[in-house]
Design a binder for this molecule. Sequence first.
Ligand SMILES: C[S@@+](CC[C@H](N)C(=O)[O-])C[C@H]1O[C@@H](n2cnc3c(N)ncnc32)[C@H](O)[C@@H]1O
Length: 206
Amino acid sequence: MKTEIYKRIIQTIYNITIDIGRHGRMHSADQIRDIIHSTNDDHIKCKEWLASELRKSQIYFKDPKILVGGGWTGLMAHLLDETFTNASSILSVDLLQHHKDVGVQIFPHIKFDTTNVFEYSLQDFDIFVSTSVEHFNREELQFFLQDKPAQVICALQSNNWYDIEDHTNCSDTLEDFIEYLPLKKIIYSGSKRMMDTYDRFMVIGK
Ligand SMILES: C[S@@+](CC[C@H](N)C(=O)[O-])C[C@H]1O[C@@H](n2cnc3c(N)ncnc32)[C@H](O)[C@@H]1O
């Protein structure tokens, strides 16, 4: 990642520490940890993996509209922005406002929204991306994908890391992950062993 982004990460952390001084916001330590976590090397690696496989597979769109669900502080949207210089729009959607507050400081060129991503419709996009599938409600995700136009490409990552409290939608294996996704055609699937602890699965399909 470029030096200027690391500089903005440091500035964002600095801004939070000023906030602690003013408001005594103890939870700011969690926010700082989250910023560092969301932009660490493992997350860069997984998201670069997605952007590069998606680049290879999405040959049909001249200027795609991309929706990122569970976009956290915006790293996935940023890497897509670097990879798909032809994208007409990239929107990073997350449930939590504080991720947007941080994201706009680190990635000012990215558009963020704070809401349930399933409030959107895939009628309005060409590509749906999420590296947060292990956090989603499975039925909501299935319903969302069932309704999508046939040409919309989905690039999704999940994992089998059950130990994390928020991981309410893990899959045991790549095959289990593929099985519950209502996709008619799988363009790419693969898995990566992470930190010798869990497997991250990726599916690109439509
Ligand atoms: C911890 S983060 C990202 C983890 C993921 N493994 C990654 O590397 O990108 C998961 C995010 O998904 C968000 N999230 C969960 N369900 C969501 C939903 N229905 N709509 C939007 N964001 C959602 C959470 O707020 C959280 O910021």
